[in-house]
Design a protein around this ligand. Structure first.
Ligand code: HAM
Length: 447
């Protein structure tokens, strides 16, 4: 019972009980899945437009792959012992025991398409980009959904370090263009040979400190020791600081590759942070890896706006010829969250210019054809042809914020005229119906 102080408590019956209506489950999206409503679409149009522009500028060709693939593609490609494959795939067993999964990421699928369609025989490198939904059975939270969207840029068939650097330049320019400041975090994971040596060393180091590790990391020590470097638990982070660093274990070839990437970035004045704890959550990476972190927020990798790196062994692991490759993926929901948080305005989707109102059956008929005429003339016009009341139609025109309405009644149909109403001033003029397009354009041009 709250104590009575100088505040007056409302009497029981005065307190208005707010009834929160809980919709039945069938009327709600699944957990971790979201509708993208019309009011949100401007962000999606904007980002997709920028992605298309930048892909075109850097000569990436569009590709779409199916949402469902053989589960084995991701087991082999992403790695059996990654969180994605162990815990996060939406997998289904079909009648004939075929195991299929909704794609948790696009890179393995793009590599599959490259091999399947003989793109290896085209001039190399092959540069592809893909935008679409991905699915991960993850714990939903802010910036983490079970269905989310990625834009993925992949360069297959070229192992030169300049490819890695140019991918980073592309991502950096993309973020610049949309007004988001990012930190590029970069590391090298070496090739299979030098990483194996490093892993042995890392295991030896953490084995001695096993009892101080969190339960997850105790398991990682056996299954995927590199991921210990990525753990966010405080006690593991303490140990990370003293752990051996992969940079010191890179072979000559991998070290030379990494230095070249950094030199190209310096040359292009792209800022970056060397981060020896950056290991990424997918097994296919070799040599360069990177992530894009938003500036001035708590910099946990779960907030990464995107990430990528080189994956020179992926096509071979999938059963094809060995083809060096690199790429990156951008998380579109997280980018939109940042745009909103930072109050970055994006253009509205095309707004209506004119409302076309009608009164009476003959006017309705004539208005139907007039709508088509205005549309052909690229005038953005809205209507509400099923309404009979002029007041209702003009109210709607006001709500939509159009500057002018065209009004066609029985009398105007007989006279061969039409009214044009300035919505703000409330003034209307009679104009010759045959001159309607000319007059509307004149008004819109001068408004
Ligand atoms: P990833 O780091 O797993 O990499 O995902 C890329 C981006 O997708 C993340 O940085 C994040 O922005 C977004 N993302 C991931 N999971 C979620 C989620 N559950 N909810 C919302 N956004 C999420 C890849 O997938 C690699 N295929 C990237 C790549 C391309 N590497 C080479 N080429």
């Amino acid at each position: 019972m709250p104590k009575k102080g100088k505040f007056k408590f409302k009497k029981e019956k005065e307190v208005k009980k707010v009834k929160v209506e809980v919709l039945p489950k069938v009327l709600q999206t699944l957990r971790g899945f979201k509708d993208i409503l019309p009011t949100e679409q401007k962000y999606w149009y904007y980002l997709k437009d920028k992605i298309q522009k930048i892909s075109n500028e850097y000569n990436f060709l569009p590709i779409d792959t199916p949402l469902l693939e053989a589960t084995n593609l991701f087991i082999r490609g992403v790695g059996k012992q990654t969180d994605i494959v162990e815990k996060e795939m939406f997998s289904f067993l079909l009648d004939d025991n075929e195991n299929i999964s909704l794609r948790p990421e696009p890179t393995a699928a793009v590599a599959r398409a490259y091999l399947q369609h003989g793109m290896i025989n085209q001039p190399q490198p092959v540069k592809l980009y893909l935008v679409g939904p991905m699915f991960r059975y993850d714990r939903p939270q802010s910036g983490r959904q079970r269905q989310f969207h990625q834009a993925s840029f992949e360069v297959l068939g070229d192992g030169h370090p300049v490819i890695d650097a140019q991918l980073l330049i592309i991502a950096y320019n993309f973020f610049q263009e949309i007004g988001l400041e990012i930190d590029i975090q970069i590391n090298s994971l070496g090739c299979l040979a030098c990483r194996a040596e490093y892993k042995k060393n890392l295991i030896n180091f953490f084995r001695l400190k096993r009892k101080f590790l969190c339960e997850d990391c105790k398991r990682r020590l056996v299954k995927n020791p590199l991921r210990i470097l990525d753990c966010k638990e405080e006690k593991c982070q303490e140990l990370q600081k003293e752990a051996p660093q992969i940079i010191d274990w890179l072979c000559e070839e991998c070290k030379g590759h990494f230095i070249k990437v950094l030199e190209y970035l310096d040359e292009s004045e792209i800022p970056y942070n060397l981060n020896s704890f950056l290991v990424r959550g997918l097994d296919y990476y070799t040599k360069t890896v990177f992530e894009f972190w938003p500036v001035k927020t708590n910099q946990k990798s779960q907030n990464a706006l995107g990430g990528g790196g080189r994956y020179d062994n992926l096509t071979e692991v999938l059963g094809g010829r060995s083809v060096p490759a690199a790429g990156f993926g951008l998380g579109l929901e997280r980018i939109i969250l940042q745009l909103k948080e930072r109050d970055i305005k994006v253009p509205e989707i095309e707004e209506p210019q004119i409302f076309l109102a009608q009164l009476g059956e003959s006017a309705r008929r004539k208005a139907l054809t007039l709508f088509e005429l205005l549309k052909q003339e690229k005038i953005k016009v809205v209507e509400s042809f099923s309404k009979d009341s002029l007041k209702n139609q003009l109210d709607l025109a006001n709500k939509l914020g159009v500057k002018f309405s065209l009004i066609l009644g029985q009398k105007e149909v007989l006279d061969g005229t039409i009214l044009i109403r300035d919505m703000e001033a409330g003034i209307q003029e009679i104009i010759n119906y045959n001159k309607v397009v000319e007059e509307v354009k004149k008004k819109l041009g001068s408004s």
